[in-house]
Design a protein around this ligand. Sequence first.
Ligand SMILES: [Zn+2]
Length: 143
Amino acid sequence: MPEARVTHQQKEDLYQRADGRCEYCKSPAFYAPDPFSVEHIQLRAAGGATELPNLAFSRQGCNNFKHMAITALDPATGNEAPLFHPRRDRWADHFTWSEDMLRIVGLTPAGRTTLSRLQLDRAGVVNLRRLLSTVGEHPPDAE
Ligand SMILES: [Zn+2]
């Protein structure tokens, strides 16, 4: 039976693996006023283990919008599509930055669906990107 509580070591490993950024919107935790969350990609209630392959590092806001979803409706087609899975998918395969680098563009059904469901371009996140770009902290280095 996996340990239910996320350990300090797991938090460290997650932070390192994510390069200190939300694995969805790419906001750096260093500039966040509140702690980031450790997300169970598959919910514990649905049998998801508290182990690194099922954990993601994310802003609390992104986590709140994702809530229990692992799929959602692709706004371009209206079809149900899987959300971006930070452990199985590469960010750059599903998302890119807009020309001004302030907004995320979804490249695939999973990218568009995740952008929409998690509201990755919500005002506070876009404003943070704008501010961070003036000090060279946005966009993040390419993976
Ligand atoms: Zn985020």
